[in-house]
Design a binder for this molecule. Sequence first.
Ligand SMILES: [Mg+2]
Length: 455
Amino acid sequence: MILLVDMDAFFASVEQQLHPHLRGRAVIVCGDKDRRGVVTAASYEARPFGVRAGMPMREARRLCPHAEYVEGNPRKYVEKSLELLEIFLTVTPDVEPFSVDEAFLDLSRLGARGDTYEAATHVARGLQQRIAEEHGLGASIGIGPNKLIAKMASGVEKPRGLTVMDEERFRGVFWPQPVQALWGVGEKSAAAFARLGITTVGDLARAPEPLLEQHFGVVGPHLQQAAWGRDRTPVVPYHEGVDPKSMGHEVTLPEDSRDAAFLEGTLLRLADQVARRLRGDGFAARTLTLKLRDFRFRTITRQRALPVAVDDHVSIFEVARALWREHWKGEPVRLIGVSASALEKKGEGEQIELFARDERRSALQEALDQVRDRLGEASVVPAGSLAYRRALGHVPFGAAQRTDADAPGKGDARVQRRATRDRLAGRSGYDDGAERSAPDPTQLKPRLDKRRPAP
Ligand SMILES: [Mg+2]
């Protein structure tokens, strides 16, 4: 049994939760202060006026002039999304965050506690109750035998809806609806279907398969199966959803260290390097991995999937630090690394609109990137890294060697020796295999790593 939990008017509801004076009022979340652009989210109080996400702000103002306009804060929503993920994980480890406000839960491992419609309904009610009590938010949940049905069922009743569907009920509800109601059919495919005389989901289900194949290739029969409510796509648990490509930086420390401030400062700088490479290549990452090697050459890698793709050093650092605080037991650290995977080309995600709107910050980041590209890595470091450098009187990678080490090939010999040993350690099986070891502590050149399959 699969559940799709879809948060109701998520961004607007989070704002209402955080700011009690907004509760019960029409709230429109927008991307930027000047309130140009489009509506990012509208509360349920604003919807009767016809305001919808994606609508130009000018139109929203005309339809609903009395609404409260709030500038969206992506970081808050991501944070909330991660808190909700923690709730889902108490039900099953098989959770796939699908977007910042949606997640699939596969209950099939729970047996009688979740794998019947009754049990799944019970689980879903429990989730809705916890989400309401602990976060003051509403969620609509769809239950079905597969992801497709769960997803489409979740939209049938909102807000705070709970819809259970088997294949038969799915056909009863969706066959009379326009073909665009089918998950995966957009405007363009709908127009192409219309040219073949296919206007409803039911038409698509009954269309001759060769015709579909001829016009849509392999997608045609696939969509036809979907029209029957059939879908075999697995739920990909958040801890497994890793793309083969990754970008990472790691550093062998000049000396083994158990100095938490020094190590966290190193993490910050690594996060910044990874972020800059992501942005340079136009990627954002949905999975972040922390790598630690201790003084006995024991290596661990720990990763976390994120509900949205990130490409800024603050987000990357925060996740890396959370993993670090969870998994570092205080032993002297020899090597530390941060990598990003499950890479998405920028502009592909649905939520990208809002997240790309963080204009000032990305303009600042672009400026910083330019300075560094011209003057080198050492010229600009994140403020936190500066603060801790002042506090400790040194920088990651060694104070005296910093400028030298930043120039490829001129690093401190001792650091290089240690790094070489780590590289060899990686080859000889000490490494548990998540990342190739970096050949040099300051990877100035971006590289796109092929991820090795785990042994
Ligand atoms: Mg939603």
